[in-house]
Design a protein around this ligand. Structure first.
Ligand SMILES: NC(=O)c1ccc[n+]([C@@H]2O[C@H](COP(=O)([O-])OP(=O)(O)OC[C@H]3O[C@@H](n4cnc5c(N)ncnc54)[C@H](OP(=O)(O)O)[C@@H]3O)[C@@H](O)[C@H]2O)c1
Length: 231
């Protein structure tokens, strides 16, 4: 199912998360593997993407029999929803190279543009305003949503933790797409997707991760986010 197919369906949910194929660019890394593991565990169809198809296949096999591994480009082509889980350094270049393959897809950016020095982590100044806005700039034919910035890969990958706890802030300009990604976040046991504003508000969501990293260092944990007083 493509996004345009979904938009033509008048009486069905516009994006059916149950049947959508979820691709993860950079899915061989900690965050990508963690998200893929939890989403596969929830019964969703997941593809691991990598700059090297063989590495993707190896990691996919480790996660589960139903998970496929492909090059990043083939992952983008074969998926309805594509999570970007690569380091900030490679973000613009990778997405620009996949602009055609990602056309018409929902692209979910979880990239935190952070710097580190003796004072710890800090948010970098991004000319476009945020990683997510940069993604939308280089992917004009995709629908970019920002999400999953504050969920620790260590917790996602910890098999002893059956249910996590917290909220996933979902930022984007397209209601259909943010609703879909809220539903996707809710597939991770114990997590809830919460709409948190338009894409222009992604910068502070990304940079807040620097505060969480400071909390982790002080309190030796894997801090996340809980939003109060909303249903
Ligand atoms: N780790 C966390 O807890 C966490 C939490 C929230 C958000 N995030 C965000 O998620 C993203 C990924 O984090 P991570 O910890 O999983 O990072 P990572 O392990 O360093 O990298 C993820 C994958 O990206 C690919 N990659 C590395 N350099 C690249 C480049 N220059 N261009 C294209 N692909 C490249 C690699 O896959 P291949 O070599 O197989 O291509 C790598 O396995 C980051 O932007 C981070 O801010 C992380």
């Amino acid at each position: 199912m493509t996004l345009s197919d979904a938009q033509s369906a008048e009486t069905q949910p516009l994006i059916n998360i149950e049947t959508a194929v979820i691709g993860v660019l950079g899915g061989t890394g900690e965050q990508g593997r963690g998200l893929a593991t939890r989403l596969t565990g929830a019964g969703l169809k997941v593809i691991i993407g990598s700059r090297t198809a063989e590495r993707a296949t190896d990691v996919a096999r480790e996660i589960g029999e139903s998970v496929r591994g492909m090059s990043n480009e083939d992952t983008a082509k074969a998926s309805d929803i594509v999570i970007v889980a690569v380091p900030w350094d490679g973000h613009r270049e990778l997405l620009a190279s996949l602009a055609t393959a990602l056309s018409g897809k929902i692209v979910v950016d979880c990239v935190n543009p952070l710097g580190f020095d003796k004072g710890g982590a800090f948010g970098l100044n991004v000319p476009e305003g945020s990683a997510a806005q940069q993604a939308q700039t280089v992917l004009p034919d995709s629908t970019v949503v920002a999400a999953f910035h504050h969920i620790s890969a260590k917790l996602l990958l910890d098999q002893d933790i059956v249910s996590l706890s917290g909220d996933v802030l979902v930022v984007g300009d397209d209601r259909t797409a943010t609703d879909a990604i809220q539903a996707l976040a809710g597939k991770i046991p114990g997590m809830r997707g919460v709409y948190a504003g338009k894409l222009r508000n992604a910068g502070q969501v990304e940079a807040f991760t620097a505060n969480l990293i400071s909390m982790n260092r002080r309190y030796k944990g894997h801090a996340g986010v809980h939003i109060t007083d909303i249903d």
